[in-house]
Design a protein around this ligand. Structure first.
Ligand code: DGJ
Length: 728
């Protein structure tokens, strides 16, 4: 890892583990992009994109007609000063005009990585783990300064970027667009990969060839969303899971975002990412600054799999924080699908007793324990225990669960307010709304206005009071609707378009305060399943409920897609009952276990209604997972067969020392006369032999990876099998 500035040639060369990123200051201060890809020892300009004078591409320097900003590969392009492609930022000056031009002023290279003001980000624990380059650009006419920050990490092929704007003038400047990064590739021979979905169908993998024009994904929902994840990858010509050049871009942010690639008239590709400029603006008063979220860029020259493993390792160790970061996560049971809103303390105790008997470690009481919440029409905001359901309160219930040998966890949805609540009756203006217009409800609820400090303080207080009132060791933090009528009664007219971003800043402040106050509590985020599964939230809460869809077949795709960016330890994966509550599908208990076991394992069903045989099978699943837990939660993940490509899927974990592995193979539909399936494994040590624990067979690592392993014939639909490998 290093960052070197060649003063004579005015070239910055950032080197990550096996990645180079090169920029050059050209002319009187334009910052040009020169190279991003596999590490090179020195950049001498062999691949330099030439200066081109093309028709209809103006020239900023009349003495040099070959130089045009419209053809220059750039780092942080401006609007309106002769580059016609999408800008990285746009301002509105006090005079009303919207053009600007940032030129190099100075730079600084330092050890370590500074935190971002008010925003989640990757971090270092020691100064020698990373180096940071800050390039200061200035628009001297406007009095605007932008500091572009780049950090390279030791041991990772990751470079992070963010931008901070400073208003150095004596008038206000409005930021209309302030993306976190932009990078120009000299060609557009890429496929773009991203993760699309819907509620209960999150993060399905989509890949498409880049074509001329803009291709983008975005969220305008006030959350990173089920619909599109703040992640995009570019796959080079021949790239696939195991081979080829792949560039992954992941935004550490939980709100409205934009990720776009513009293929221009000359077939260059500009990728940019950041807060969605749609309905955004930010008024920068003199002396103020604005910090954009961070983008993590990962380059892999060995396909998507290696890109994902880099994200996994980085996010597991230098994005997530807190006491739970490196600790094995407990196997939990959640009562939601077992009882929904209809439970009593005795019923919960019976469920917990059955859970204790099969070896489960944590009981989570879901929605319905507070206010008068017997359905989803009421009580959000009233975080006081419902004494009709729990007459002796939460502490008593938690202690009863503890006495059975399980720790106790609790569900909250702190960002929301029901119209039918004490809180709403007391503070009808505490929700997002616009005067005179309807307040649209989603799941019968409104969104609290987290731009208001008093609302944030209220949430910190009520959640803290509950957490102090009982031995609670886990919190599920839910969020079940998206934003509408985005306006704040507390903001002046010229700042209304700041509402959605200020909400995120408020949310991050709340999460920071609560998680630091209760460091022993394991927090799991949720948004109607995986509607806010993003790196921003993972910084505060080291696991996320992956999806409300627990059907084993659907989960193959959801978990496969999620694993593109997010480490399996972060993915809540539960076995639920059949017929599945979302799809109605009936899958074998074994398959449900074999799918869920490849993430952060748990259960979500009524154990008291199962047969003795089913309970025995669950006891064995739990025993098995406990034996594999550290491999699954801290091992390296390899995708072997995509559920998007056919009717089977496979993946595996390999321990850091490659001495142990765990393989899952899944067949969706049975077919008479089917072909033989041979699975090539990955990540093993080619010079080592491995014993398959289930069969006792011994094979070489190279043979398993290149010749492969014959899968057993699985009769019937929705079947699976798993194997453990032990290195000899
Ligand atoms: C949505 C979550 O995804 C579910 O798991 C459950 O907690 C419900 N909300 C409760 O209302």
């Amino acid at each position: 890892m290093s960052i070197v500035y060649d003063e004579q040639r005015r070239i910055f060369h950032l080197q990550a583990h096996d990645t180079s990123y090169v920029m050059e200051i050209v002319k009187d201060g334009f910052l040009a992009h020169r190279y991003y890809g596999k590490k090179i020892s020195e950049y001498t300009g062999a691949s330099r994109y030439p200066d081109f004078s093309r028709a209809f591409s103006p020239n900023p320097d009349p003495t040099d007609p070959a130089f045009s900003l419209d053809t220059l590969l750039q780092e942080y392009p401006a609007f309106g000063m002769s580059d016609f492609r999408s800008p990285a930022y746009q301002i509105q000056a006090a005079g009303g005009w919207t053009v600007s031009e940032l030129k190099y002023r100075s730079h600084r290279i330092s050890k370590g990585k500074p935190p971002l003001e008010g925003l989640p980000a990757t971090y270092v624990e020691r100064e020698d783990e990373a180096e940071t380059l800050e390039i200061e650009l200035e628009d001297a006419v406007l009095g605007l300064c932008a500091v572009l920050r780049y950090t390279v990490f030791e041991g990772f092929d990751a470079i992070t970027r963010n931008v901070q704007f400073y208003n150095l003038s004596d008038t206000a400047i409005r930021l209309q667009r302030a993306l976190s990064m932009s990078v120009d590739f000299p060609c557009a021979d890429f496929r773009m990969m991203h993760l699309e979905g819907a509620w209960a169908r999150e993060r399905h993998v989509v890949t498409r060839q880049l074509v001329p024009g803009i291709q983008s994904i975005e969220s305008r929902r006030g959350a990173s969303s089920h619909q599109h994840n703040p992640f995009v990858a570019l796959l080079g010509d021949a790239a696939d899971e195991h081979h080829g050049d792949v560039y992954g871009f992941s935004l550490v942010y939980s709100g409205n975002f934009l990720a776009q690639v513009e293929v221009d008239q000359f077939s260059t590709a500009r990728l940019s990412m950041g807060i969605n400029p749609f309905d955004f603006s930010w008024l920068l008063e003199p002396g103020e600054s604005f910090q954009t979220p961070e983008v993590v860029m990962v380059h892999s020259s060995h396909g998507l799999g290696e890109m994902s493993r880099t994200f996994h390792r980085l996010y597991r160790s230098r994005l997530m924080r807190g006491a739970w970061r490196d600790k094995p996560r407990p196997i939990l049971i959640n009562n939601w699908e077992a009882t929904y809103f209809q439970f009593t303390a005795d019923k919960i105790e019976r469920l917990a007793k059955a859970a204790a008997e099969v070896g489960i470690e944590l009981f989570v009481l879901d929605d319905g324990w507070f206010g008068k919440r017997d359905d989803d029409t009421t009580s959000l905001g009233d975080w006081f225990v419902d004494k009709t359901k729990l007459p002796n309160g939460l502490a008593d219930l938690a202690e009863r669960v503890n006495r059975l040998g399980l720790s106790f966890g609790l569900w909250f949805e702190p960002e929301m307010i029901s119209r039918d609540s004490e809180l709403y009756r007391a503070h009808p203006d505490w929700c997002l709304h616009v005067p005179g217009y309807r307040r649209s409800e989603g799941r019968n609820q409104l969104v609290l206005d987290l731009t208001r400090p008093e609302v944030c303080d209220y949430i910190v207080k009520v959640v803290s009071d509950v957490l102090c009132s009982a031995p609670i060791h886990y919190v599920k933090w839910d969020m079940n609707r998206h934003m509408t009528e985005v306006g704040s009664a507390a903001l002046p007219p010229d700042r209304q378009r700041e509402t959605a971003h200020r909400y995120m800043l408020g949310l991050y402040r709340i999460m920071e305060e609560i998680t630091s106050k209760f460091p022993h509590v394991l927090f799991e985020s949720c948004s109607g399943g995986g509607g806010r599964f993003d790196p921003g939230i993972l910084h505060f809460m080291p696991q996320t409920w992956t999806s409300d869809d627990t059907d084993a077949v659907e989960r193959l795709k959801i978990q496969y897609g999620t694993s593109m960016v997010y480490p399996p330890i972060a993915m809540g994966c539960h076995v639920s009952s059949v017929p599945n509550h979302q799809t109605g599908r009936v899958t074998p208990l074994e398959t449900r276990g074999d799918v869920a076991m490849f993430g952060n394992f748990g259960y979500e069903l009524d154990l008291t209604s199962l047969s003795a045989d089913e309970l025995d099978a669950i006891r064995l699943q739990i025993e098995k997972y406990k034996g594999l837990r550290s491999l699954v939660q801290f091992g390296n993940f390899y995708r072997l067969r995509s559920p998007f490509a056919g009717d089977d899927a496979a993946w595996m974990y390999v321990s850091e020392d490659r001495g142990e592995a765990f393989v899952g193979y899944y067949r969706v539909l049975d077919r008479p006369g089917d072909r033989v399936r041979i699975l090539r494994l990955a990540g093993l040590d080619s010079h080592r032999r491995y014993k398959i624990v289930e069969t006792g067979w011994i094979h070489g690592g190279d043979e398993l990876m290149h010749a492969g392993l014959t899968m057993p014939y699985l009769h019937g639909d929705f079947r699976s099998c798993t194997f453990r490998l032990q290195g000899l």
